[in-house]
Design a protein around this ligand. Structure first.
Ligand code: BDR
Ligand code: CA
Length: 305
């Protein structure tokens, strides 16, 4: 099987950890680089979390540290959802791994240049690193196959009434990415809110080996849903979109990111009916096969040792 080469950009909180479990173990994917960005928690913590996970799964994927703050705004984190460390609830061993000795943007640029075929960027945090990459190395667009991201919403937000967290934290970066001309697949909050793992599945996780125990531990500190009502796996949807696109209903349309709005900055304006008459710049997921998502999620997570 030809595997899809990917670079994963993450603000490693709890649902990011699940997406990484899938990205590392899905047989369809070739995870070549992890880059970290500030978002759910600080850049020091997201980077440490990435190194800890690479240790946990004994994986050799390099990790590069990215932006500590959004392009122009101060960071507003989501420690209230993911806990102070971003990955509380499991005692990871102290990691002796280190990050690459180059910043995320340089590592992405080198990884793209070194690849014989175009690479897919998977973004599951604020888009700061990717915006910086496209600004500093515009020529690298030809090496990017597409960007698959979790972020935005065709409905309401969770950061503000109309902004989803990843877009709301760094609207200027998100706008740059959506205006880049690259192919974008967007899994927004209105859809990922339905990507819920059931209480029954969650309760059985401790019997699913050490990965199951670890995920159960960190899930008990996750506040996007609850262990008794089910937990939302926002970022895992970006991986599902890559390897199981048929689980989603896709709509090609124009998406703008609001950067000016007094009450709406970070909102994604998803022009489903083409009211603005603009050319489409994204494929937007508008619906998800929830049962199919759960089946796939349980299969891929069972591959993590
Ligand atoms: C997104 O925000 C973060 O808290 C999650 O990790 C996910 O990427 C959901 O809005
Ligand atoms: Ca995330």
């Amino acid at each position: 099987m030809t595997r899809i080469p990917i670079i994963l950009d993450t603000d490693l909180g709890i649902d990011d950890a699940v997406a990484i479990a899938a990205a590392l173990h899905a047989p369809e994917l070739d995870l070549r680089l992890i880059t970290t960005v500030a978002g759910n928690v600080s850049i020091d913590k997201t980077t440490r979390n990435a190194l800890q996970l690479m240790d946990f799964w004994n994986a050799s994927v390099p990790v590069a540290r990215g932006a500590a703050t959004p392009l122009v705004r101060p960071l507003r984190d989501a420690a209230s959802v993911h806990g102070e460390s971003g990955m509380a609830g499991y005692s990871f061993e102290q990691t002796r791994r280190t990050v690459l000795n180059k910043p995320a943007v340089e590592a992405m640029h080198e990884c793209l240049n070194a690849s014989a075929e175009p690479v897919t960027l998977v973004a599951i945090g604020p888009l700061t690193n990717i915006a910086l990459l496209l600004t500093q190395y515009p020529e690298c667009k030809s090496k990017i196959s597409r960007i698959v991201l979790m972020g935005g919403s065709a409905g309401r937000g969770n950061f503000t009434p109309y902004a989803e967290f990843n877009m709301g934290v760094d609207p200027e970066a998100a706008a740059r990415v959506f205006e880049s001309g690259l192919q974008i697949q967007m899994c927004g909050l209105d859809v990922t809110n339905n990507a819920v793992l059931t209480p029954e599945y969650l309760a059985a996780l401790p019997t699913h080996g050490r990965s199951g125990k670890m995920l159960h531990g960190i899930f008990s500190h996750y506040r996007s849903g609850s262990m008794t009502t089910g937990l939302r796996m926002h970022d895992l949807c970006a991986i599902a979109a890559l390897v199981r696109p048929a689980l989603f209903e896709w709509h090609s349309c124009f998406v703008a990111v609001e950067t000016q709005g007094r009450w709406t900055s970070g909102a994604t304006v998803v022009d489903i009916d083409n009211k603005f008459g603009q050319p489409a710049n994204a494929q937007v997921a508008l619906d998800i096969d929830i049962a199919g998502f759960r089946d796939w999620a349980s299969q891929v997570l069972a591959l993590a040792p």
